[in-house]
Design a protein around this ligand. Sequence first.
Ligand code: HEC
Length: 227
Amino acid sequence: MRPLGVAGLCAMSFVAGVLLKGLYDQRSVANGDVTSAAESESLLAPPTDLPRAVDFANQPLWAYGFLEPPKPGEVASPQALPTRNLRTNEDPAEQTRPRQLPGSSASYSLVDIRDASNVADWYPEDHPPMPDIIRSGPAGAGPARRGCGFCHLPNGMGRPENAPVAALSRGYFVQQLRDFSAGVRRSADPRKPNTNTMIDLARAMTDEEMQQAADYSPRSSGSPGSR
Ligand code: HEC
């Protein structure tokens, strides 16, 4: 009886998930094409039922990288702008020394690796050629420009602290960018700085850049086990 009960619960959760996803997709851009300004207005109408206060005492704070609830008014400091300047607290020779990775013919120094506006490409064979938006980010972000591939990696698999974006549907992908940009998707924890950077980048993106990024994403088929 008991195993059956658990299996039943799993099945019900799965069905509920599928239904919710269906509801979400109805709200998403129909086929992933960036829509006209008039259409996006209606898509972006912010929901009125967003939770305003989070009960941090009952949240898995570790999942956001914190151990204590935020103090009243505590917010994330903006992330430092991308730069190729040497860090003053580190040995310059170490920062400029070329480095290699197994199975890669590329060679990058720490300065190259940290340059968020020119994403290092260790394994070019595991993804399509990166368009400008993936390698360097939205032109409109100016000095805060960061390539999508910097945090999400050139193959879209993401770093542990950022989201994997490979193989997301184009509709969902564009909708997330619109939601970040419209202020209806944000981190529940006000101290998480990289989500704010993501929001700033989405705000700086043109419709064309959103489209290019969405077009690139689903074809990124690299997976951690594929090498
Ligand atoms: C500073 C690191 C960073 C950069 C650079 C970055 N992102 Fe993100 N991105 C994030 C983080 C963090 C999240 C998850 C945000 C959250 O839910 O709290 C995210 C989430 C997303 C999502 C939603 C994924 C999902 O499963 O819902 C999409 C789509 C996305 N990013 C696209 C982009 C694009 C396109 C670019 C380039 C213009 C970009 N990102 C650049 C950090 C980054």
